[in-house]
Every structure is written in C-alpha cells, then in structure tokens.
Design a protein around this ligand. Sequence first.
Ligand code: ZN
Length: 83
Amino acid sequence: MLTNSEMERLLLQETEAFIHSDGFAFCPRCGNHRLKPVATDNPYSRQVAGVLICEACRKDEDHRLRTASKNISLKKWFFFAAL
Ligand SMILES: [Zn+2]
C-alpha cells in the first residue's frame, strides 16, 4: 500500500515524464481525457501541487473547494486505480 507522499511522488514523476514526452498522456486523475499536447496548456491540480490534470478535473477540484467537499482520495485517481 502506497502512502500519500509516495503517491504524490509518482504523480510528479508522471507529470515530469509527460512534459518531456511526445505529448500523449491521459489525465492521471480521471483517465477519461487526454492532456493537451503542450504541457503548459494544462491546468495544475490544486490537490497535488505540480501535477498536471485535465480541464474537467480542475473544474471539479475548484467546485469541491468552493463547496467545501472533500477531494477525491489519491487512491481513487485513475493513475492508481489502474495499477
Ligand atoms: Zn481529468
């Protein structure tokens, strides 16, 4: 079982790899959307600083912040659900 900080480290590595890749990656949070090929066109997660996610997930995070709903636990992120 990975700890939260281990999961955050893996997500940061994945973002780093994406930035240096040919621009194909799925959103690590939902897995439903592709990230935009130019890394800097994607929003950063509020939940995990430095991790790129898709627009839909960023909107969902913003909504959770505004409504004081809890964030999705990292275990539930697509990236870890798929492991
Ligand atoms: Zn997403």
